[in-house]
Write a protein that binds this ligand. Structure first.
Ligand code: GAR
Length: 186
């Protein structure tokens, strides 16, 4: 069984999609860990019977000390795979290297287009006709790791960042569990 720890910062809809997908017993969700105590996803995880944990980054003097403590919390669960599901923190290179080949992220754009934040507004401003999401392995450079899967959606003439985000999010919820299933299958 592939042991998985999920990191979130907020709503947790991708986490929910992962928890509710079918893996034929090949995946065990060991913990959902948030850097924010009020992350709505924590309630959802608890309702699914998955242990939750909070590590508030504001309690640490710098990025390195937070990441060290975060890795300790994560490693207590001996995960095979660590999933970033709307975890809105840049991670240190040491942290990323510690989880090399077993740290994955979902990003709301067709990387390498639109790394970083506000991807939907930037896609609209750029006038792209296709937008989407990317699941990738995490490497020290933000949003630049090897791409595992992408899903594209059309950008419509009357789209707002909100409507476009919703269309992309539906695809995130489809491809992210698909990737986790592939990893579980080796
Ligand atoms: C998702 O759209 C995810 O792709 C994005 O945040 C949202 C989290 O929603 N992640 C990033 O922007 C990472 N930099 P969720 O909490 O409902 O899954």
């Amino acid at each position: 069984v592939m042991r998985v720890v999920i990191l979130i910062s907020g709503r947790g809809s991708n986490m929910q999609a992962l928890l509710e997908a079918e893996y034929n017993g090949a995946v065990e969700f060991c913990c959902v860990l948030s850097n924010k105590a009020d992350a709505a996803g924590l309630q959802v995880a608890a309702a699914h019977g998955v242990p939750t944990d909070v590590l508030d980054h504001r309690a640490f003097p710098d990025r390195a000390s937070f990441d060290t403590a975060l890795a300790e919390r994560i490693d207590a669960h001996r995960p095979d795979v660590v999933v970033l599901a709307g975890f809105m923190r840049v991670l240190t290179a040491d942290f990323v290297r510690h989880y090399e080949h077993r740290l994955i992220n979902v990003h709301p754009a067709l990387l390498p287009a639109f790394p970083g934040l506000d991807t939907h507004a930037r896609a609209l401003a750029a006038g792209v006709r296709l937008h989407g999401c990317t699941v990738h392995f995490v490497t020290p450079e933000v949003d630049a790791g090897p791409i595992i899967a992408q899903a594209a959606v059309p950008v419509l003439a009357d789209d707002t960042p909100h409507s476009l985000a919703a269309r992309v999010l539906r695809q995130e919820h489809r491809v992210f569990p698909m990737v986790l299933r592939w990893l579980a299958q080796g």
